[in-house]
Structures are given as structure tokens and as C-alpha cells.
Design a protein around this ligand. Structure first.
Ligand code: GLU
Length: 306
């Protein structure tokens, strides 16, 4: 199996330093093994991700020196693939239609997972096919996956053993929204498998989604890639970077720094360099080693902030 990494940005805005760090580590990890590197545009939420922004993202990655081995995959082109997989899961009895409105979900919410995420109380799981068909006449349903009361574990390349009980900590989650848009978990799992991805490098903010993806892989008979979630990027004072921090998206950065300067600063933050100096991706490949990357927040050098 050829080592295959990927970068899978959601083009709802211009690339941010955190995205570039993720792309860089994913790229270096794959290329340092002589592996392939793929680019996937996660524009499944089409209204939020216009093609113009996807193209901007491709142009930015090219400017930074990234290369990839196949034409970029656009999730917005893959509705038929996701529909077929969803049919398969439905035929095997793993899914059910859910007619709950957002307001109903909030009022029935069990203890919270966060401000917007609630554990679904399986209100619609007990509907008979006849009841569901009748409700579907007035409201298009979302599709939910039934999850098991079972701990799903994996070993993250940096953060070690992770485990989650899907029924208790997550609940039956949505694979297709009532407006017809496919859920992130389904699209990611299907695309990683069809592209033969062997290693997934992405932000720590997505770590908690991984057990859901592992469960989907099991149901669909897909292999599980290796996962490395990367720590948060913070400023020189240790403060979390905000997406609204416009100084740190490429529109502003490209006016102040060359690609090699940006990559050198990120490589220093990640622990790959002892000092800040301009580096191309090709120069970084031989220096790359996951053992140099710590799990603490990664601090940017002060000079990158205005
Ligand atoms: N599209 C996600 C993001 O931009 C990343 C998903 C993944 O790498 O699995 O945050």
C-alpha cells in the first residue's frame, strides 16, 4: 500500500495559518515516506463554499509550493456516490429518517456536548415505516445513523489512545440533512476510503469526530487510516488564533512574507526547526519527523503578528 496523505480544506474563506500548518504537516508526513499527497475540496456545504473560494485555495497552495498527485476531488461533485452509500446503510437497517426540527431538538436536549451540539434522544428512531412515510409528505427528513452503546478507540499519532462511547457521548448523528446536504462524517469517510488514504493529518478540533468515522468505516467495510491530530496554533503570547484574525489569512500574509518565510515560521512553531528561517517544502522533507512535534499548543514567532 503506497502511503497516501491528503489535505481536505473547507473553502468557506481564505486559507488561514492553521490550515497551512495542517497542509504542511500532512504533506511532509506523506512525502517524507515517499508517499502520495492528495487535495480534496470539502465543499459539501455548497452554499457556504463557492467555487471561487475553492479556486483561491488551490492558487494559494500552489503559491506556497504544494503539489498533489491527482486532480483535486470536489465533494460537491460526489452527491451520487454519497447517495449510493447512504442507500446501502439504509438497506442494512443502520439509518432512520428524522423529522425533528431544530427547535424540537434544542428543547429535548440531554446534557450538552457544546452550545450547538446535543445528544439526540432517538425521538424518531421508533417511527414505523408507515408513520415515517406519512410525515415525509409534509417535511423532508434528515437521515440519522444508529450508533452502538460501545467504546470506540483508536491511537492518535500524537495524542495517544482515544476512546468514545458513541451512544453516550455523541448520539445518533446526521448523515444527510433535511435540505439534502450530506454530512461531513459520511463524505470524509467515503472519500478517504475511495482515494485509498492511509494517513489523516488534521486539526485537534476534529479529533472528537474520529470515533464516528471509525464506526462508519466498520459498517462499510473500509480500512481505517492512521490518524494524527495536530495541536492548536497560538500566538507568541499563547493566545488562541481567531478565524476573524484577518492579519493571519493569506490575503494579508502574502503581502508581507514569501512562501518560504511563511513555511519556515510554521516549521519552527511545529518544532521542525530550531530557529526561524525561510524554508521550502522540499527543503523541509528531510527534516520532518513526527517525534519533533509536541502536543502542546504550537506558538508562532512574534514577528508574524503585525
Ligand atoms: N474539512 C475539514 C476542515 O477544513 C477537515 C476535514 C478532515 O481533514 O478530515 O476543517
Amino acid at each position: 500500500m503506497i502511503p497516501t496523505g491528503r489535505f481536505a480544506p473547507t473553502p468557506s474563506g481564505r486559507l488561514h495559518l492553521g490550515n497551512i500548518l495542517c497542509a504542511m504537516l500532512a504533506y511532509l508526513s506523506a512525502r517524507s515516506k515517499g508517499g502520495r499527497f492528495l487535495l480534496r475540496i470539502e465543499d459539501v456545504d455548497v452554499p457556504r463554499c463557492p467555487r471561487r473560494l475553492a479556486q483561491q485555495c488551490i492558487d494559494d497552495l500552489t503559491w506556497l509550493g504544494f503539489t498533489w498527485d491527482e486532480e483535486p476531488l470536489y465533494q460537491s461533485d460526489r452527491g451520487n456516490v454519497y447517495a449510493a452509500i447512504l442507500d446501502r446503510l439504509a438497506e442494512d437497517g443502520h439509518t432512520y429518517p428524522c423529522f425533528c426540527t431544530r427547535a424540537q431538538l434544542m428543547s429535548l436536549a440531554a446534557p450538552n456536548l457544546g452550545d450547538t451540539q446535543v445528544i439526540y434522544q432517538r425521538t424518531c428512531a421508533a417511527l414505523t415505516p408507515e408513520e415515517a412515510a406519512e410525515r415525509a409528505l409534509t417535511r423532508p427528513p434528515a437521515t440519522r445513523l444508529r450508533v452502538p452503546d460501545e467504546d470506540i478507540s483508536f491511537t492518535d499519532g500524537l495524542f495517544g489512545l482515544q476512546s468514545e462511547n458513541l451512544a453516550r457521548d455523541c448520539g445518533d448523528f446526521i448523515l444527510r440533512r433535511s435540505d439534502g446536504l450530506y454530512g461531513y462524517q459520511l463524505a470524509v469517510v467515503v472519500d478517504d476510503a475511495t482515494s485509498c488514504v492511509t494517513e489523516v493529518v488534521r486539526g485537534r478540533d476534529i479529533l472528537s469526530a474520529t470515533p464516528r468515522q471509525l464506526y462508519l468505516q466498520r459498517l462499510l467495510g473500509y480500512p481505517t487510516p492512521e490518524y494524527v491530530h495536530i495541536p492548536l496554533l497560538v500566538d507568541a503570547q499563547g493566545r488562541r488564533l481567531a478565524k476573524r484574525d484577518k492579519d493571519l489569512d493569506l490575503t494579508a500574509l502574502a503581502q508581507r512574507f514569501t512562501p518560504a518565510e511563511i513555511l519556515g515560521m510554521l516549521a519552527f512553531s511545529a518544532g521542525l526547526l530550531d530557529d526561524v528561517r525561510p524554508m521550502t517544502l522540499e527543503q523541509l522533507i528531510p527534516l520532518f519527523d513526527w517525534r519533533k512535534v509536541k502536543t502542546d499548543d504550537l506558538r508562532l514567532p512574534a514577528r508574524i503578528m503585525k
